[in-house]
Each structure stands twice: as C-alpha cells, then as structure tokens.
Write a protein that binds this ligand. Structure first.
Ligand code: TTP
Ligand code: MG
Length: 374
C-alpha cells in the first residue's frame, strides 16, 4: 500500500477544557469532571496524579484543593459536533472515533500546503479560533502512527512520523501498552513471553507469535511492531443513522395534524442528510401512542437515495399503513443505512482552512445580526 498521510486529532482534557472555557474562574485550577468517578482531569490536576476512572474521593486525598464539576454530556456533544463540522469542511475523508478525536486522510489536501508542520499548526489554530479549545495533532503514514504521534506532545503539541523507519525507531523501546488495542489481558500474555517493550516482539517469528496468541492477535502484534497498519480512514463510521423526534405536550388526534408534524420532522432530517452529503437506504418511522406503546415501521429501498420526493413518499406510505386508533404522543423520523456520496474534490485555500461557510451558516449569522440589532 502506498504511503498515505493521516492526521489524528485529540482534544486536550476535553470535558475539563470545555468547563474551563465556559467558566474562566476555573482556569489554572486542579479540576475534575465527574460524579463519583472522574471522567477526566485538567492538566493541573494531573500533576497530582489525578486521572480518568479514579474515584473523586481518592483524588481528593492526592489533591485537597481539587474542584469537581458535574458532567454535562449534552454540552460536550454539541462542542464535539461543532469540531466535527469544522473538520468536515476540510474533507469528507474523516473517521470520528470519539467525541474528541478523529482520523483525517489528508493525502490530497496536504499537497496544497508547504509542509506537514505548517498544516498541523493551521489545523490547531482553526480549531482554537472556532471553539476556544486546544487539541493535539499527530501526522503519520497510517492510522497507528498518527494516533501514537498525537499523544507525544500533549497538550497542545504535534508530532510527525514521515515513514515506518522513523516510527519503528520511536516505538521500539516503548512499553507495549503504547499500542492501541493492547489491553491489560493481552499485555499480561505478552509479558509471559517476555514481551515488555514493542521491540521485544521482533525476537519472535510470525509463526511463533501466532502459536502463542492465536492467528488474529499474533498477526496484529507482528505487524504493529513493524509499524504496519493498513486500515483505512473509514469515513462511513459513526454515521449509522440520523433522525429527529418530537414529543407532544398535547397528544395528536387528527391524521392531518400527524401528517403535518411528520412533514416537519422529515424536512429537518432531510436537511441534515443533504448537508452531510449522504444517501439513505432505510427510512424509519416511529410512533408512540398515549398509552406509551411504541411502534416502528421501516422500509429499506433497493438503492440509496437523497431525493426528497422518493424519501418522503416512502415515509408517507408507511404512515398510511399505521393504525391510528389512539392519540399520538411522539413521532420520530430517521434515516438509516447511510452512504457517503462519492467524494468530490473540494477546492482548498489555505487562508480559508475551516472557514468555508455554507449557506445555512451564513443565514444563521444574518439572523443573529438582525436579532442583535433589535
Ligand atoms: P480522552 O481523549 O481519553 O482524554 P482527555 O481529552 O480528557 O485528555 P487528553 O488530553 O489526555 O486527551 O477522552 C476524551 C473525553 O472522554 C474526556 O475528556 C472525558 C471522556 N472520558 C470518560 O468519560 N471516561 C474515561 O474513562 C475517559 C478516558 C474519557
Ligand atoms: Mg482527548
């Protein structure tokens, strides 16, 4: 496989950074986000040994001045969505792995920039300018090297592996747990064969590794130790479905009312489908009645489509078959089985990194301005 250029971004102390951004009095303080268990700790708190998955009570023993903020998942999801939208303005070849991290295949884009260093600087600046948050960047020749690179100069830094030689040299003397996918159990098995550092793997043949750990894990660890990872940036991942639902304060009775509500839900979901440049193969209708009994109806088409007429007809046909013998408390419309439309070549202009605005953004800005002038 020819060498690729993959970027991995990972937000710094994500939940904690969002809380600090929204309440600057928390700045430079040891902060954790969580209820009884810590989801994440600010870098100030980490200096005391406080970390994710630790009980807050234990953390307080290490750091008596610790501040705890409760988790606001909805807020982090919103920020995450904003970051993802920004990255999607750059390219569609993105795989979002968690709320705060993702892989971006920048093989094409990077050709328009003077260097990988420059690009990574601009990427970080773009995220910061638009969200007020910092991230760390890794650029590698595959996902594995990019992921490990992004952790090297955390927080706020970046690191670049240009090829497997550079990468293998770096990982050889690192603890085997640096490899994503090597959990506690596998680590234990590896240590029984005296594999403690990544370089130790190369003391064994592929055949031996398979006989110790089985075909899949044996091959995996063998390849990884040589810096090999052919997995693609899977840009369809995570976008399994998009949908919208509405719970009504006053249950709906007439079929006209139901039809109008469905149409409005459909329009919202359809806009998202178009904005994300997706095609949909399955349309799903959800209805919950007053007695809280819910039904779902779904229709999978032969070919995925993004035609408003076709998708709407599929939805409305399903709706006609629903027996509305009772008042309706909730309606939901979702599209599943989504496909990315074939990638188009976006025109990139470095001064516009992340700043390409779409019509909806422009409209939103206009509305904001008008509201602001009132
Ligand atoms: P991470 O990226 O693992 O951590 P982080 O962003 O807080 O810090 P770093 O600078 O080291 O990247 O996880 C992202 C978010 O996911 C994190 O802010 C909180 C949440 N999370 C949990 O809820 N539970 C966990 O056990 C971990 C590890 C993270
Ligand atoms: Mg992070």
């Amino acid at each position: 496989m020819k060498d690729r250029v993959i970027l991995h971004y990972d937000m710094d102390a994500f939940y904690a950074s969002v809380e600090i951004r929204d309440n600057p009095s928390l700045k430079n303080k040891p902060l954790v986000v969580g209820e009884s268990i810590i989801t994440t700790a600010s870098y100030e708190a980490r200096k005391f040994g406080v970390k994710s998955a630790m009980p807050v009570s234990e953390a307080r023993k290490l750091c008596p001045n610790l501040i705890r903020v409760p988790v606001s998942k909805g807020k982090y999801m919103e920020v995450s969505k904003k970051i993802q939208d920004l990255v999607l303005k750059l390219t569609e070849k993105v795989e979002f792995r968690a709320l705060d991290e993702g892989y971006v295949d920048i093989g094409e884009i990077i050709k328009k920039y003077p260097s990988k260093e420059y690009f990574s600087r601009r990427f970080k600046e773009g995220i910061y300018k638009n969200t007020g948050l910092t991230c760390s960047i890794g650029i590698g020749y595959n996902k594995l090297s990019a992921k490990i690179a992004s952790d090297i100069n955390k927080p706020g830094g970046s690191y670049i592996f240009n090829n497997s030689e550079e990468f293998v040299e770096y990982i050889s003397d690192k603890d085997i747990k640096i490899i994503p996918g090597v959990g506690k159990k596998f680590q234990e098995l590896l240590s029984q064969k005296n594999i403690i550092k990544v370089g130790d793997v190369r003391g064994y043949s592929l055949y031996e590794l398979i006989s110790f750990f089985g075909k899949s894990r044996g091959e995996f660890i063998y390849r990884v130790s040589m810096g090999e990872d052919n997995s693609k940036v899977d840009h369809m991942r995570k976008i399994h479905s998009i949908g919208n639902e509405n719970t009504f304060r006053y249950s709906l009775e007439s079929e006209v009312q139901i039809g109008l509500e469905l149409e409005s839900l459909f329009n919202k979901v359809y806009e998202r489908l178009k904005k994300k440049r997706l095609l949909c193969k399955t349309v799903v209708l959800k209805v919950m009645f007053e007695n809280r009994k819910a039904i779902t109806r779904s229709k999978t088409m032969e070919k995925p489509s993004d035609s408003r007429e076709i998708l709407k007809a599929v939805l409305m046909n399903m709706n006609e078959d629903v027996d509305y013998a009772m008042k309706v408390k909730l309606l939901g419309v979702s599209f599943g089985n989504l496909f990315q439309k074939s990638s188009r070549q976006l025109s990139f202009n470095e001064s516009k990194l992340f700043n390409k605005r779409n019509k909806v953004d422009l409209l939103r800005e206009k509305i904001k301005k008008i509201e602001g002038n009132r």
